[in-house]
Write a protein that binds this ligand. Structure first.
Ligand SMILES: [Zn+2]
Length: 475
């Protein structure tokens, strides 16, 4: 039985009872940690995130098991971590069973992205309140039981800067995470620190030092050394204690709802990103006409498919600037195509016929089906937009400092200009400005619109404060 192999010797693991209630769980918890240097483990009530406070967790009002690792000595993960690499399907399923029971898990991955079309998953790491384990995706064929958990509506999955983890769930698991918590975002909602790296976050929230990243590891190579696994496990072992503290303070600040909607937004952004027309993100498209755009779209589509087939990064198939160059020149023959600078390389030459086909398809697109030029953040802003944007920026910075929330998380300069266009110029073609919707409206919506409408003025109050400005209704 692989219960927390890193934490207990096999004999102890064998004797562990299936938890059937609070006392049982406590006993299990204590025995798990009996031979660890954990100073005074204690349980603390953790309401399932996103559930109303009254909703019992796991069918009872049981506190979640010892979610507090605050004084947890990470040397435990250090000494035994090579044991906690799961390389067997059955063990993974057993781990998933225990995660399901815990209803909360910290999750991280290690991967390599520079050599393949999609990032290649090298290792998955998990931490529940009672165990840490790494899973070897090369040894285990079917990770579905984990992706199912990540996408169910009971299991809270806690990540740190979890964009990659969300993408893996979408691509490998073909599912969307449902109850995701990102401790990096959470920190930005209760402090000015965003985005804070893992090491910084652990230090800030728990006052503990981690050993830093194995940045040079090629996570595709086997066997992984105990040190590598140890470092990888360290990436998850502090996440739950961090979230526990954040959750308490966000709840006190009445910002748990902010956090929840921000986690959801992060997932939505990545889902939308995966389904949007990615060719529109090629830089320099605004210099192209509609016919040229049609060609660029064709070439881009071919490059994506080719990169997928050959499993290599798209830019290795064809550079971005060459897509644009082909769109501008729209060569009809191999000779014309090879006249393009840099197209003479052997790997490009190999694809000559396909590239010519792409150009021909782009040329043949009927006039009324040509793509519209991508919408740009206007370069030539109106003078007032610029000045007002800056004024709002100052007010927003002041407000964020006052409320102790990350300005970067609340809004960008582009968000501010959007607000100006919406309110001052009545440009309402797209969705309402982010700054005047959701929790952002709570932070600054009224302040910024009042300022724009001349209803309030500002002056310097305490110049030594980190929020030195005062906003007032004029007499
Ligand atoms: Zn990691």
């Amino acid at each position: 039985m692989p219960v927390a192999r890193s934490a207990v010797d096999d004999g102890a693991a064998e004797k562990l009872p299936r938890p059937c209630g609070k006392a049982c769980r406590m006993r299990r918890f204590r025995s798990l940690f009996a031979n660890l240097r954990v100073s005074k483990p204690h349980t603390r009530a953790v309401t399932g995130f996103g559930l109303p406070a009254k909703t019992p967790v796991g069918g009872t009002s049981l506190p979640q098991l010892g979610a507090c690792f605050c004084n947890f000595d990470s040397s435990f993960a250090m000494s035994n971590s090579h044991d906690s690499l799961i390389i067997d399907q059955g063990e993974l399923e057993a781990l998933c069973g225990r995660i399901r029971e815990a209803e909360i898990v910290a999750f991280d991955t290690e991967f390599v992205s520079e050599y393949s079309y999609r990032p290649e998953l090298g290792l998955l790491q998990f931490a529940t309140p009672t165990e840490c384990a790494a899973v070897d995706p090369y040894a285990i064929d079917d990770l579905a039981c984990w992706w199912n958990l990540m996408a169910d509506d009971v299991t809270t999955v806690v990540v740190h800067g979890g964009q990659a983890e969300i993408r893996f769930c979408l691509e490998l698991g073909q599912q969307t995470p449902r109850r995701l918590v990102d401790v990096q975002i959470a920190e930005g909602l209760r402090s000015k620190s965003y985005p804070l790296g893992y090491e910084g976050l652990v230090g800030r929230v728990l006052g503990t030092k981690v050993h830093g990243k194995e940045t040079r590891t090629d996570w595709r190579r086997r066997p992984l050394s105990p040190e590598q696994i140890r470092y990888a496990l360290e990436d998850v072992s502090f996440i739950l204690p961090i979230w526990e503290r954040q959750q308490t303070s966000l709840s006190r600040l009445k910002r748990l709802e902010w956090a929840e909607s921000e986690f959801q937004r992060m997932v939505n952004d990545i889902v939308n990103d995966a389904t949007s027309e990615r060719w529109l993100r090629l830089s320099g498209l605004h210099k192209l006409g509609r016919r040229e755009l049609a060609v660029a779209r064709e070439v881009f589509g071919w490059r994506e498919a080719e990169a997928g087939n050959r499993n290599c990064p798209p830019r290795r198939i064809l550079r971005d600037d060459l897509i644009l160059e082909l769109a501008r020149r729209r060569p009809k023959t191999a000779k014309e195509l090879l006249a393009t600078r840099d197209m003479n390389r052997p790997n490009y030459k190999r694809s000559l016929p396909q590239l010519l086909e792409c150009v021909a398809r782009g040329r043949a697109v009927p006039e009324d089906e040509l793509p519209e030029p991508p919408k740009l953040e206007r370069g030539d802003q109106r003078g007032d937009e610029h000045v007002l944007g800056q004024l709002l920026g100052i007010a927003l910075s002041n407000r964020c400092a006052e409320m102790n929330v990350s300005r970067q998380l609340v809004g960008t300069s582009a968000d501010l200009r959007h607000l100006v266009r919406w309110h001052v110029h009545d440009e309402r073609s797209d969705s309402p400005p982010r700054l005047s919707t959701g929790w952002r409206a709570d932070v600054c919506g009224q302040l910024l619109t009042d300022l724009l409408e001349g209803k309030i003025s500002l002056r310097v109050g305490n110049p030594k404060s980190d929020h030195p400005l005062v906003f007032e209704q004029p007499e």
